[in-house]
Design a protein around this ligand. Structure first.
Ligand code: COA
Length: 171
């Protein structure tokens, strides 16, 4: 069942856009809540400031509250990663996560990215966009330096999913 706050946020019309410097501390708080359970990697404030241009946020124009965040990080030649996707608990299941991922995919297309991957426990969520399960071995090696920051490393049971933008022109 969708909760009341989700309906309010949805009805109020959330705006998805690029994050700004003033959003970073709130993004850090949102990600930290999920990092402790291992569903997203922890990100320090320093990393988030470094990666500001990767980040999207979903904001309620009524009060400026940030309901969710997601990053599209260029990783290697024509390949990018979706990471740091998180929607605050009482705003979930209102389409915010979907909107954030669509914004990342749109920007990736504009930048001529051909493949986007994600490491996730929410495979069902990502399959809606056309992501398909792949062997982790096909991902760029530099991904694994980030994985060492995870509370679950080295016992990772996340799935690797890939979206081929050259085959999914209309996604
Ligand atoms: C995954 C997440 C971002 C989805 O955000 P959201 O705003 O609730 O997503 P939407 O409302 O756009 O879509 C909801 C749908 O996504 C799917 N979904 C949501 N969370 C899911 C999860 N953890 N696993 C699998 N599917 C999920 C469901 O099918 C749901 O549909 P339903 O409402 O009909 O059941 C959110 O649940 C979250 O922040 N989870 C904790 C952090 C996390 O797991 N991040 C992903 C890291 S890759």
């Amino acid at each position: 069942m969708k909760n009341v706050k989700s309906e309010k946020r949805k009805a109020g019309g959330l705006k998805i856009g690029k994050a700004r410097i003033g959003d970073i501390k709130k993004i850090h708080t949102i990600l930290s809540a999920y990092a402790t359970e291992g569903t997203v990697l922890p990100r320090s404030l320093s990393e988030l400031y470094d990666q500001l241009r990767d980040l999207f946020v979903s904001i309620d124009p009524a009060d400026g509250a940030i309901a969710g965040t997601c990053a599209m990080h260029i990783c290697w030649d024509r390949i990018a990663e979706i990471r740091s996707l998180a929607v605050v608990a009482d705003c979930q299941r209102a389409g915010i996560g979907t909107g954030l991922v669509n914004a990342c995919i749109q920007e990736a297309r504009q930048l001529e990215v051909e493949q986007i991957f994600v490491l996730t426990y929410a495979a069902k969520f990502f399959k809606k966009f056309g992501f398909r399960k792949v062997d982790k071995a096909v991902l760029p090696h530099k991904v694994w330096s980030d994985c060492m920051k995870c509370v679950k490393f080295p016992d990772c049971d996340e799935e690797a999913l890939l979206l081929d933008l050259t085959r999914n022109k209309q996604t």
